[in-house]
Design a protein around this ligand. Structure first.
Ligand code: F6R
Length: 238
């Protein structure tokens, strides 16, 4: 695990964007794994800005998002699908058919998880997977206790996760209780992983990760089992 420290959120985001752009230009049909939340917003802003300058095209890029809230989808302002459209997909030259995210409104959630996992296997492996770090060590929405062998599945969100994400909703009771998430196994299949760490209160999760102890009670520790992980730390925000 390679760890890089940055003096600002902007420099961390710029570095992450440059790395993705390099891969997009090297690979004929790049497959990116994407996260939502506050951490990657600067990265997406930078990708849009580089696209507007003519530096990068997303025409041939395929994307897979990590997760989606159960019950939210196309028409909901707080769905992760809407977030991705607002911050990246609708702002660049993506082929909409190449943007994949679990369908949180599927009637049969089990079937939806299997469909998403099969699509990942068919189109993958993911060339670069972007991750954020949850305060409790979650990656995707794999909460503490999730076995490392899990594939895409439905998860009951931790109350701490719902509280942390309530900043996007009018109250914590509005935050959905479940989500569909790529599993730890699905994430570890990626060729390369970029874990972005930024935001108040992430210092203890980062310390835990860097202690190198591997435990399913701290899902991000599974990343020690992958040999191409770079952790980008915005040390100004910790
Ligand atoms: C989001 C996701 C989560 C977030 C994590 C950190 O798609 O999978 O694991 O990356 O909760 O969220 P922020 O960046 O808001 O601190």
């Amino acid at each position: 695990m390679n760890v890089k420290y940055f003096n600002s959120y902007e420099s961390m985001s710029y570095f992450a964007a440059s790395k993705l752009i390099r891969r997009i230009r090297e690979i004929k049909q790049p497959v990116l794994g994407l996260a939502t939340g506050s951490t990657p917003l600067g990265l997406y802003q930078e990708l849009v800005s580089q696209h507007n300058k003519g530096v990068v095209s997303f025409e041939n890029v395929i994307t897979f998002n990590l997760d989606e809230y159960v019950g939210l989808g196309d028409s909901h302002a707080k769905s992760y699908k809407t977030y991705m459209r607002q911050h990246l997909i609708d702002k660049v030259d993506f082929n909409p058919k190449s943007f994949h995210i679990p369908n949180g409104q599927a009637i049969d959630l089990e079937k939806e998880c299997n469909r998403y996992e099969s699509l990942l296997l068919e189109k993958g492996p993911i060339d670069v997977q972007v991750l954020g770090l949850g305060h409790n060590g979650h990656i995707g929405f794999n909460e503490p206790g999730t076995p490392f062998k899990t594939k895409t599945h439905v998860v009951e969100l931790d109350i701490t996760t719902r509280e942390a994400n309530s900043r996007y909703f009018s109250s914590v009771s509005e935050v959905p209780k479940r989500s569909i998430t790529m599993g730890i196994k699905s994430i570890l299949r990626s060729d390369e992983i970029l874990l972005l760490v930024s935001g108040e209160g992430k210092a203890s999760a980062l310390d835990k990760l860097l202690s190198h102890e591997i435990s399913k009670e701290f899902p991000a520790s599974a990343l020690h089992r992958h040999d191409a992980v770079t952790v980008l730390v915005d040390q100004s925000s910790l």
